[in-house]
Structure formats: C-alpha cells, structure tokens
Design a protein around this ligand. Structure first.
Ligand code: ZN
Length: 298
C-alpha cells in the first residue's frame, strides 16, 4: 500500500518562491495523538493541582484552628487552676467558719452533729493533680469540690440561723442597768443576818425605772408571790426561765410573747424589799444559776 503524504504549502508575497513541504500522514497523526494526550494530561494535572491547592488551603485552615484550640485549651487549663485556687481558698474559709461555730456557745449545740469540714485532705490532692490530669478530670473534680462546698455552706447557713435564734432566746442583756447590791450565792439574810442562799442578783434602780426582757420569751407568771412581791416569770424555751421580783406593777400579761429588750415592768419594792431594786433570777430547768454567767460585764 502506498504511503500517504500531506503537503504543506507556504505562500509568501509575489516576489518570493512558493514553499512546499511534504509530510507523511502517519507523522501528522502521531502529532495529533500526542497533542490530544498532552491536552488531556494538562487538564488532569490542572485539576489535580487545583484540588491539591484546595487541600493545602484546608490544611492551613485546620492547622490555624488547631493552634487556636491548643491556645484555648491552655487558657482553660490556666482558668481551671485559678478556679482550683479559689475553691481551695473557699474551703479554708469554710473550715475556719466551722471552727468558729464549734467554739461558739450559741452555735455549738446545733453545729456539732451536722458540721463536717469540707475539703481537708482533698484540697492538697486537687491542687497537686491539676497540672498533670486531663482538663476534663480537673473540671469534674472542681465540680465535686464545689458541690461539697455548697452543701457545707448550706449547713453553716442553717447553723447561723439557729444561732441567731439561740442568742435571741438567751438572757444576754441586763434587765436593768445599775449597781449590784447582792450577788448570786450565799449571803447574810438582810433581815435576820443568818446565812442564806441568794438565788439571783439584786440590781438597784430608781423606783419605776424600766425593767427589760433580757431575751425573747413568753410571760408565764405575772402576779404577787410572797417574798418576791410583784413577780414576772418569762419562759425562753430550752428549759430556761427568768424571774423579776419586787416590781412596781405589770406592763405585760400571762401568755404574752415578749421581745428581747422590751419593757415588762418598773422597779419597785413590793414583797421582802428594804429599798427599790430588781431581784433578777435565771433558772435552767427550774434550778437557779448565776445570771452573770450569761451577761456581759457591766
Ligand atoms: Zn434578791
């Protein structure tokens, strides 16, 4: 079979000769195939390059995000440590408050059965593990500790409220300001000179001076009673009662609720009294005790 040729002619201007080149058809076909393949390869490479460019951009973005997350995690770790320090400080405060409550005469009867110190040995453990444990564990631990603190402070709040009530129901203020002419304990009888047990305090005051309730309570007696003369008895609860003798009269009646500091009567000299004064008694379950044990000096 004869070889096929293609002729290629170059036609310059009129002054030059016509150029003619003969090229084998196979060669031209080969060039054509190579051209098509080159085109396809170029397209494929372009596509691959574009895809890679997108991937690189994604990777850069992910890396930036990853760096941000690392910084954020570090910041969270620092915050968790700071939070841990603050919780430790609160645990110390809670421990101190508990000690105060345990030594406080008004809170002690209520505090002892309920209060247990929060934190304690746990606070050291928590602080030490903060840097090594995972953030999640640290946060879980902090949550646990704050839960403990919350319940502990709730108990302290209850104790404080009961303490406030206990103070109001305890005769801690003077019913009358004045010189004490006779104290609690044995003394010579003012009439006979024989030794006798004086069951309260005798506080001197002008006739009619206000006698105030030293604690919240209820009037359980307001009447004459032999040597006491005009007598008021207040019941403060918890087995505690107080008595006020030689009064000039009564500002209150039986069954009345009395607030701490409220005026209940005036100083008098009814009953077995040689001059106006208040006979003041404190009794625990009806057993007389020294009223000065409850009172501030003065
Ligand atoms: Zn007396």
């Amino acid at each position: 079979m004869a070889k096929r040729f293609y002729s290629c002619m170059v036609v310059p201007d009129a002054n030059h000769r016509l150029h003619r080149r003969r090229m084998p058809a196979r060669l031209l076909h080969a060039f054509g195939v190579i051209g098509v393949i080159s085109f396809l390869v170029s397209v494929a490479l372009g596509f691959a390059y574009t895809q890679m460019a997108f991937k690189v951009a994604d990777f850069d973005k992910l890396q930036a995000e990853n760096n941000e997350l690392k910084i954020e995690t570090k910041n969270l770790e620092i915050s968790a440590q700071e939070l841990g320090s603050r919780v430790t400080a609160l645990e110390t405060v809670s421990e101190k408050l508990t000690k105060v409550m345990e030594s406080d005469v008004f809170a002690r009867p209520f505090a002892k059965p309920n209060i247990t110190v929060a934190g304690g040995s746990r606070e050291n453990q928590a602080t030490a593990t903060l840097s090594s444990d995972s953030l999640r564990n640290n946060v879980a631990l902090l949550l646990d500790r704050t839960n403990d603190l919350q319940s502990h402070f709730k108990l302290l709040e209850e104790v404080t409220q009961k303490r406030a009530v206990a103070i109001r129901q305890t005769p801690t203020i003077w019913p009358l300001q004045g010189p004490i002419v006779s104290r609690f304990g044995s003394r010579p009888d003012p009439y006979t000179g024989d030794a006798e047990m004086h069951l309260g305090l005798d506080i001197v005051g002008n006739y009619g001076s206000a006698v105030k309730a030293p604690a919240d309570g209820e009037v359980v007696y307001a009447n004459r009673k032999s040597d006491y003369g005009n007598l008021i008895i207040l019941n403060h609860g918890n087995g505690l009662t107080t008595r006020y003798g030689h009064l000039n009269g009564f500002n209150v009646h039986v069954g009345q609720r009395i607030q701490k500091g409220e005026v209940i009567a005036g100083v008098g000299m009814t009953g077995r009294a040689t001059a106006p004064h208040l006979h003041y008694e404190v009794r625990q379950y009806d057993r007389p005790v020294n009223p000065q044990l409850y009172l501030p000096r003065g």
